[in-house]
Design a protein around this ligand. Structure first.
Ligand SMILES: NC(=O)C[C@H](N)C(=O)O
Length: 342
């Protein structure tokens, strides 16, 4: 509807059911010394987070589960598998309206994109974190969590893929990037802008994701398979092929180039990537500049070298998609098509 109904009105009187899956992060962070900036992420339980967001109990019937208690810099395939499997189980329950995932902000953009490829539901899935620890002055976690629960309780949030709620913005998990080391306004959806906004629990949407996700995804659900290793190689002035050789030695099945400009690098680096390709690795060219699209065959002859162009996915998101795509095929045409579709 044009004017969002209250969560209770949507549910016909009873509050919608929202499950919070907690993984840690700064939103659960505690400062050992009051008033000092240092803190330890992932210290508080999910129950403490719920208690710390006054009024949240009026938005939804909440239940919380602790999936992990880590800073998201330590996010890994094991936690991803657990999280994705549990999200799919919970979302399959007919009485559940949506899921909230509390998560550190460092790798939130990777987890959100990953979940958007392996969750098989049209119901809302909303990732939320904070930039200031729970014990900070003006902590941003409680209102972020309140807003995330409001979005997860809202049926109109469904069908938009996995979302990230932060500082009143609702982002597509595919498009969102962390852009600031410490500021509360850190998340930006490059190229497309946010999906909507949420203000003190009142969401409003003005965008749909432009790419395939969730119920339209063809990638195997986490836990049913393991995803192949893909390494990222960073380009800069004077870079040589040393890191490419290290990636080959690590057993990687693919390499993402965090290229300069439109996904480029020195002749030495491109030659090393071409050699890796000849050994069977899949090479995806992305860029570390942040904005824009890496298109095929502009400055680098992808057709001749057998490379894939990452389009508008940044290196860390391109790595997630390449790992997924490698479970389907090593054919460059199939993988390039995935980078156009997802
Ligand atoms: N703001 C944060 O959440 C940063 C923290 N290192 C994390 O990602 O868990």
């Amino acid at each position: 509807p044009l004017y969002p109904q209250s969560a209770a009105a949507q549910a016909g009187g009873a509050l919608p059911k929202v499950v919070i899956l907690a993984t840690g992060g700064t939103i659960a962070g505690v400062q050992p010394k009051e008033g000092e900036p240092g803190y330890k992420a992932g210290s508080l339980s999910v129950d403490a987070l719920i208690k710390g967001a006054p009024g949240i109990e009026k938005l939804a019937q909440l239940s919380g589960e602790q999936i992990a208690s880590i800073g998201s810099q330590d996010m890994n395939d094991e936690v991803w598998g657990k999280l994705a499997r549990r999200a799919n189980e919970v979302l399959a329950q007919p009485d559940v309206t949506g899921v909230v995932v509390t998560h550190g902000t460092d790798t939130m953009e990777e987890t959100a994109f990953f979940l958007g490829l392996v969750v098989r539901s049209d119901k809302p899935v909303v990732l939320v974190g904070s930039m200031r620890p729970a014990t900070s002055q003006s902590a941003d976690g409680p209102l972020n969590l309140y807003n995330a629960v409001a979005v997860a309780a809202d049926k109109d949030a469904g069908g938009r893929g996995v979302l990230v709620v932060s500082n009143d913005d609702i982002h597509s998990g595919r498009d969102v990037h962390k852009t600031h080391t410490t500021a509360v306004q850190t998340f930006v959806s490059f190229n497309r802008g946010p999906i909507g906004r949420v203000y003190y629990g009142k969401p409003r949407y003005f965008n749909m994701p432009a790419h395939r996700h969730t119920t339209k995804s063809e990638f195997p659900v986490a836990g049913t398979t393991s995803y192949p290793r893909v390494d990222i190689v960073y380009a800069h002035e004077g870079v040589d092929g040393t890191m490419v050789k290290a990636a080959i030695a690590s057993g990687a099945k693919g390499i993402v180039l965090a290229g300069v400009g439109d996904g480029n690098g020195t002749k030495d680096l491109i030659d090393a990537l071409a050699a890796a390709r000849k050994q069977g690795l899949v090479i995806v060219r992305s860029s570390h500049v942040g904005f824009g699209i890496v298109r095929r065959n502009l400055e680098v002859d992808d057709d001749a070298l057998g490379f894939v162009a990452a389009m508008d996915l940044n290196p860390q998101k391109a790595r997630v998609l390449l790992r997924m795509a490698l479970t389907l095929s090593t054919d460059i045409k199939v993988i390039q098509r995935a980078f156009e579709d997802y």
